[in-house]
Design a protein around this ligand. Sequence first.
Ligand code: AMP
Length: 194
Amino acid sequence: MKKLFLIIGAPGSGKTTDAELIAQKHDSITHYSTGDMFRAEIASGSQRGALIDSFVSKGNLVPIEIAIETIVTAIKNAPSDVVIIDGYPRSAEQMNALDTYLKEEPEVSLVNVIEVTVSKEVACQRVLGRAADADVARDDDNVEIFNNRMKLYTDPLLVIQEFYTSKDLLTQFNGERTIEVIVNEMDAFIQSKI
Ligand code: AMP
């Protein structure tokens, strides 16, 4: 039985860093970031990567078929029973697609959906700060694309929050604290659930 945790959060919320640090502490946890998986596919130079790039470079969502297939493959191939995926779902449609998959897949159980909350101002400062640092800058870290990514994150958020709250699966973490504090708290929470 695979135990799945999802992490959602605005661009710049720190969701990928948090999940990465937690997975590093435990051999029993595997972490995947949808954004990282898409960037790896783009970097591979494949045709699928080129298609994905046409969405990611504008800050748009990649098509749902690609998004759901990417996470289902990651969950199936994960070498551990506990899997953290950050960056999914990003729309009501993606949430429903995962829900359908989970209903038909008794070997995967969604344990919790963690939302890392940050204000739009903090998110913007962090992303534009990253844009100014050549070592970590991403092609989609600029103000116009940030605004588009933020809007796409915010638009379906209420529906996603309500859906997982109704299942008693949503937990919010204040993402404006130091990485260490957030990671320790989130790690303890995940450990308490597995
Ligand atoms: P992130 O690294 O989470 O900021 O994601 C970078 C980009 O990857 C996003 O702006 C989207 O273009 C794409 N992406 C990441 N996750 C998803 C998803 N669940 N569905 C569709 N596109 C996604």
